[in-house]
Design a protein around this ligand. Sequence first.
Ligand code: F6P
Length: 343
Amino acid sequence: MQKIKKIALLTSGGDAPGMNAAIRAAVLAAYHYDIEIIGFKHGYNGLINQDFFNLTPKQVHGLINQGGTLLKSARCKEFHHQDGLKQAANTLIKEKIDGLIVIGGDGSFTGLLKLQQYWQGQVIGIPGTIDNDIDGTDYTIGFTTAINTAIEAIDKIRDTADAFERVFIVELMGRHSGQITFNVGVACAAEQVLSFENFNLSTEKDRADRLTEISKHIKQAQKNRQSSYIIVIAENLWEGGAHQLALDLKEHTQTDCTACILGYIQRGGSPVAKDRIVATKMGVAAIQTLLENKTGVMIAEQNNTITTVSLSTAIQHKKQVSQSLIDVQNNILALSEQSKRQY
Ligand code: F6P
């Protein structure tokens, strides 16, 4: 078996709380196994621009509780083209890298698989994205912190919504996946959860029908003297976003609707315990997986156990929101607009 001497690490795509904890764990584990480790900056751009530095245990001291990423992150357009991939491969060859670990989401893993066409070293993915939309792992680093941040914010919005007896529309991140919207919506007792999984908007009629339905629902809640009404909505779902939905609903209900976009607050902050722990386990596992001579795999957590799944499986489909969560919200918790019962 060929000994691994030198490896590289980078963070790519949307940053996520806990990426730093994974960097720390990978660096400490590399040192434990006597492997040199360097970090490329700004995602795949660092590979193309040969922008890197040595990672040492001293540098990762005090990092576990910090949001963002020590290595910086970015999306990289050049990586969609052959030239960019070749340049990246040349840097890895020049620096005599045996293995590359990428912490990121499905877009980053797609790039990693493409890189394999030009570079023979081992590649390992660690799932790091607040979206929790990667197949094959129960958690992605950053998801738990992001939903806790959103829940805390919406609990505060609920106070002002109650005081002013207002309808609020809160837009959440996750441009292709409702994992954040559904989990946050249920945890905040939102009156409506509008996401890709329960909201079909293929035609104008779908949009109009849904507006009528939500309007009835709001009116019923007002009749029931409910003091606030919160709608959580996934970004990218309603044309024009939360602000447009607020205008559309106002027209239908003659009630003021206030839009609030939570935005990047969801990506920042100190990681919660779950993210620190899962990131630490995954960072160590990435080094051990390299030592087992594996390549083309993502580190995953399934049923509280760390395992690996192939990168191609991980990117094949988006992980679906659990059907039981959708059913609980749609069929049990949501006030039926037909319901005439006072409560
Ligand atoms: O993938 C993480 C994420 O925060 C998504 O939830 C969001 O849609 C996207 O990144 C925003 O990306 P950017 O900051 O590049 O616009």
